[in-house]
Every structure is written in C-alpha cells, then in structure tokens.
Design a protein around this ligand. Sequence first.
Ligand code: BES
Ligand code: MN
Ligand code: MN
Length: 462
Amino acid sequence: MSNIQSYITNHKDRFLNELIELLKIPSISADTAYKDDVLKTADIIKNSLVKAGCEHVEICQTDGYPIVYGEKIIDPNLPTVLVYGHYDVQPPDPLDLWDSPPFEPVIKNTELHPEGAIFARGACDDKGQMYMHVKAMEFMTTQGKLPCNVKFMIEGEEEVGSVNLSHYVKANREKLKNDVILISDTGMIAKDVPSITTGLRGLSYVEVEVTGPNRDLHSGLYGGAVANPINVLTKMIASLHDENNHITIPGFYDKVENLSDIERAEMAKAPFSLEDYKKALDIDAVYGEEGYSTNERNSIRPTLDVNGIWGGYTGEGAKTVIASKAYAKISMRLVPNQDWEEITELFKSHFETITPKGVTVKVTPHHGGQGYVTPIDSIGYKAASKAYEKTFGKTPIPQRSGGSIPIVALFEEELKSKTILMGFGLDSDAIHSPNEHFGIWNYLKGIETIPYFYKYFTELKT
Ligand code: BES
Ligand code: MN
Ligand code: MN
C-alpha cells in the first residue's frame, strides 16, 4: 500500500474539484423545493461509483429519495465491507449567517485548518466524508489494491430519518450481506488525536401544539383572564427539567445504561479542555445534568432539548395579542437500552398529564431511532485501529458520540453485522450550522486511511 500517499499527491486537485462539484448541488432532503437537486445528486454519485470501479451500479427507487448501490465482488470467499453514507444535506438556514453562499464552495484557511478547508453545506456531513470512500475505492481498484469485496449503499434521506432506507434494508438482506459496515459520518477528537466512534445516541423527535382560545385575542381585553398558550407551553417545557437538570418525565431513566466507575474513568482520559470548549462557543460556563462531566453529558447521558418554538406575533414592532396556539419541536437524545418508541410514549402521556385546564395539547411524533454501541474487541475495530496507527502514527481513542445515525442500530438488527464509525470531521467543522466546512487535510487523511482498513480487515478476517 506504499503508494496511496503518492496517488493522493498526484490526484488531490481532482479529488478536491470533484467534491466541490458535488457540493454545488443543494441536495436538501427536508425541503421538497429541492427535489430535482436531490435526484441529480444521486445520479452524480452513481456515475462516481462506476468510475471508481464498482459494478452493478444502480439507482434503487424508494417511496422517497433513491438509494445508490454499487458493488465489486472479487471473490465470494473473501470478506465483504459494506460502505454506508448519505448524499443529502441539512437545510442551510439561517442564510445571512454564512460568510459565503452555502452551495458555492470556497476554500479558506482557518486556525485549525491552515492547509485550507472547503466551506459549503454538506462539506463534512456527509458529502465530503462519503466521497473519501469513493476515492479510496478508486485508488484500490485502479492500483490493484482491493483486498476484498465491497458494497456501497449511499442514501438520500439520512437527514430526515432514513425511513425508506429501513424498508430497503429489510427487503434486501441477502443483497446487503456483509462482514462489516464502514461509515464515515462522525468526527474525531482532534487532528493529532485520532478517535473511533464507538457509540451513537438514539433519538425521539416530537412536535407539540398547545391550543387555548379559539382565536387570537386582544391581550388587554383578555390578558390575565384566559390561558395564554405561549405562557403555558413555556411553563410546561420548563417543568421537564428539575433544578439539577434531570429530566422529570416518569420512567425516562428506567432503562438508561449506567457506566461503571472504571468505564467512566477510562472516558475521562480522553484529552479535553473545558477552557477551550467554552472559548470556542463564547460561553462563560457549561450547563447540564448535575453529577456528570461535559463529555458524559454529551454522550452517555440522555437529554431533552427544544429545537424550535413559535407562536403569536414575531414580526416587526409590537402587536398586543394572545395567540390561540403555541408550538415547539422537541428532541430527546437517548442512550443504549432506551427504546425510542417507548420514550416517545412516555413523553406524550406525561405532557398530556401536565396540561393545565384552559388549554388542550397535541403531541405529534416525528422520526426516531435507537442508540448504538460497538465493542472495541471486534475484528473491525482492530482493523480500524491499525489503519489509524499506520497513517496517524497513534493509536486511536474509542469515543462515544452524542450524535445519532438511527439506521446503524437497524443494520445490526437486520444484517447482523457490526458498524465501524471512522469519522474524520472535527466538532468545529460546524455541521448543521452556518459555515460548515471540512479540512482538506482531513479529507485527504481519510482517503489515505480507508484502504488500510480494508487491508487489515481482510488480513485479520482470513
Ligand atoms: N452525521 C450526523 C450524525 C453525527 C455527527 C454523529 C457527528 C456523530 C457525530 C447525521 O447526519 C445527523 O445529523 N444525524 C441526525 C439525526 C437524523 C435522524 C436527522 C442528528 O444526529 O441530529
Ligand atoms: Mn451525517
Ligand atoms: Mn447530519
């Protein structure tokens, strides 16, 4: 594999330009106005898989956006790696907070990325990270370095819950059969601190609607005499945490996996600076559940957060009004063993129970998914660890992440194989935020590291 570095040196401009072209298309799965762009992106991915040496490349239709599939089976007796990624992106809003338009990629240098970073929606999540696999595949097939079988499955609905992918997986178990699933859709601790993500949180996402009077009212004539849905909603939401920031929904913590002191001590060894963390976010203090560190709060503990809240008059100036309705979108991040459907039910019945007289509430569940943990003694983990050792010169640290990729738990359930999460993004890459970016160094390091995973996985497995 000695020539992966020279292959990257020779082709890196093209690797960058191809990614830039991909980033120009606004493949926003949440907004139907971008339907044609999402479909066009699937086509580009399809062509890129063909060029990278995949066979039987196809666009698989679903009830939503298509799944792009391709494979290269060199010998049925050799192991098979299934690569998963997503070509859809989050909406870019608020647009005015971007320093350059989200779908006009530009390369800029930053403090953490002196070699330059590509700024665009999807640069890191997940077009850039997914495309590393396509380029690693290109290297392996054109240079005769592919040691095993490969299957690619790239979807277009990850950012909206992967509902159609779950149907596809259930219906295609044989086709998707593999020995390990490889995903780059997470991050690492720092450029000089490689890490492998060993856990993802689950998710339950609900929307609530509080209705008071049958119409918007004059806040002078009626204020104080009828329930104001916005006042009520904010009070109800505030009651969902106690003074120690524990969630108050009865039964919420019943199935939460409690880590042993040894495991917690192991976690605490990961390099982390609270001062840098606060500085990066311009906050004077962190905030969260009593009794847990920042890294525990954002990975091994469940949370409840309002993601959006609205109602009443929000235009210019002042309008004196008591709105008839108030709304909020609420997410709960879950940890292994918590069942997202059960938690959704617990939320719903609790929220209904605490509804005061004078208003009615409606709770509508959106999507959700189970959390995931992967062991560090599997062949896949060992192969990934060796790959990082080779290209970073350091043993990667196992780290649980706070984010969610709900389909991963379903992969394990349906396909019975472990997922290895080799993420190359940084927390500061601003995924889902304005000015998302992906370091060129990270992009190329990913392309360099991935072929070693294949090599070591095949060696360890056969
Ligand atoms: N790639 C992210 C998840 C992620 C990012 C995990 C960084 C760990 C580290 C993924 O695209 C994502 O955004 N997932 C959503 C859930 C989905 C159902 C919308 C999330 O975590 O909010
Ligand atoms: Mn992603
Ligand atoms: Mn995402």
